[in-house]
Ligand binder design. Sequence first.
Ligand code: ZN
Length: 231
Amino acid sequence: MNNNTLASAGSNLATSTAGFNRTVVQEKILTGTDANGGDVDGNITWNWFHNWDITNAVAGGAYDFKSTVMHEILHAFGYTSSTGAAGSNTGTVWNTFDKFLTTSTGTRLISVGGVFDTGLNSALTGGPGVFFSGSNAMAANGGNRVAIYSPDPWSDGSSGAHTDDATYANTMMIAATTTGPGARTLTAIEVGILTDLGYTMSAIPEPSTYAAILGTAALGVTIIRRRRRTA
Ligand SMILES: [Zn+2]
């Protein structure tokens, strides 16, 4: 694992049909079907080289373990992408997430049948050039398409599979995080994306202590960021 990677996560596709497929974890949650029997449904790889704080009062020089756990688990839930750098998108089997990827003007990157439109390759590094156009995500974003992390050059494990870091700073599902307390609640946009992925989302009251921690966190943000996962 690269030193700049905090953790990575994945879940195999439950099916391999041309078009869009749920992850094994996603399939199990949404349908109750275990697509791979006794095999592991999903996994997270952790980089213990870094300084982690597993408590709620995350120290300033440590990474927020809980926030990163939530981030990684959601990748296994299907908040992830099978897209790759320009030239590599020759397959026809994709994640559910990829069904909603478009250009800034709403043209789908991948057809219903699973064919990637190479004429749109420049969007992959448009910084951001890729957008999530699911109806629930857009409704949560004032009717606008949701920017997906797509810097130039393409960043394997980060591009295509996260909401855009510059647009949605300090949120859970962006590509990188800094030290100190991280996001532990989903934004409305992230809830919208998960709804588009098939989930029924409901609010759970958050502990009052958490709001206080977040209030403090806003003061401790530094400009040093590290990627914290690959998709
Ligand atoms: Zn990630």
